[in-house]
Design a protein around this ligand. Structure first.
Ligand code: IPE
Ligand code: IPE
Ligand code: MG
Length: 237
């Protein structure tokens, strides 16, 4: 078995399968979301202990607004409630929490909660945890492009670079994910970090998100450690 010789600096997770986890137990879909919060807690603790610097989660996509209203409301309430509940523990454990996405679509109440938890944890230097809420990769690239376009109209001689675009994405200052994990057997990006995943390693697992705990994380890290990242070049012998 590969040793965990390579610990990614940034692990990102598309948490999927909450609804199926609940259905398998004869429960309401939303109970899967509630159990999924426990997985976040456990994975965060394990990643922090391993020295991972950035841990991000796709919690709610722009497309997820199209789900039935009761599920959307439940999730928004769960985000606000969890932030309030976890704020002190995150602070105590040196976790900096950031919420990234299209904030204009979130309620005033949730936005206020986000501001409060982001400022309370701003000094956290052990690990940065990022929750993507109301996020989509195309939206992110579009909003960044609009900023570059404004700069271009002010200065027609300006030639935008990839770095300039990256600096306008909501992830500015955060390294691109080294490892992306998606649970529940789906093997797609679902409009997540399209720009940032250019050279990310992907691990797909059939495990449903509420069942994804420390062991599952270690298994994904073992797969990552066995990967050879070449970035288009030829491996040095
Ligand atoms: C992931 O679980 C959580 C969100 C997308 C908010 P799902 O709710 O997509 O669960 P499945 O895919 O229906 O099982
Ligand atoms: C992706 O899961 C979004 C999140 C995990 C937040 P979905 O369940 O919404 O994705 P699709 O619809 O299966 O692609
Ligand atoms: Mg899903």
């Amino acid at each position: 078995m590969e040793q965990l010789t390579k610990i990614p600096q940034h692990i990102s997770i598309i948490m999927d399968g909450n609804g199926r986890w609940a259905r398998l137990r004869g429960k309401n879909r939303v109970e899967g979301h509630v159990e999924g919060v426990q997985s976040i807690r456990e994975v965060l603790r394990a990643a922090s202990d391993l020295g991972v610097r950035y841990l991000s989660f796709y919690a709610f996509s722009e497309e997820n607004w199209g789900r039935p209203e009761p599920e959307v409301s439940f999730l928004m309430e769960l985000f606000a409630e969890s932030m309030l509940k976890e704020k002190d523990e995150l602070t105590a454990n040196g976790v900096r929490l950031r919420i990234l996405g299209n904030r204009a679509r979130l309620s005033a109440k949730l936005n206020a909660m986000i501001d409060a938890v982001e400022s309370a944890t701003a000094g956290g230097s052990r690990i940065t945890m990022i929750l993507f809420i109301s996020y989509s990769g195309r939206w992110d690239i579009l909003q960044a492009s609009a900023k570059l376009a404004a700069r271009l109209s002010a200065d027609p001689a300006y030639v935008p670079t990839a770095e300039d675009l990256g600096a306008q994405l909501v992830t500015a200052g955060i390294p691109d994910p080294d490892l992306l994990i998606r649970t529940s057997g789906e093997q797609r990006l679902s409009n997540y970090m399209l720009w940032q995943c250019a050279y990310t390693e992907f691990v797909f697992t059939d495990t449903l998100w509420p069942d994804f705990r420390k062991e599952a994380l270690l298994d994904a890290l073992q797969q990552y450690a066995a990967r050879d990242r070449r970035y288009g070049k030829i491996k040095a012998e």
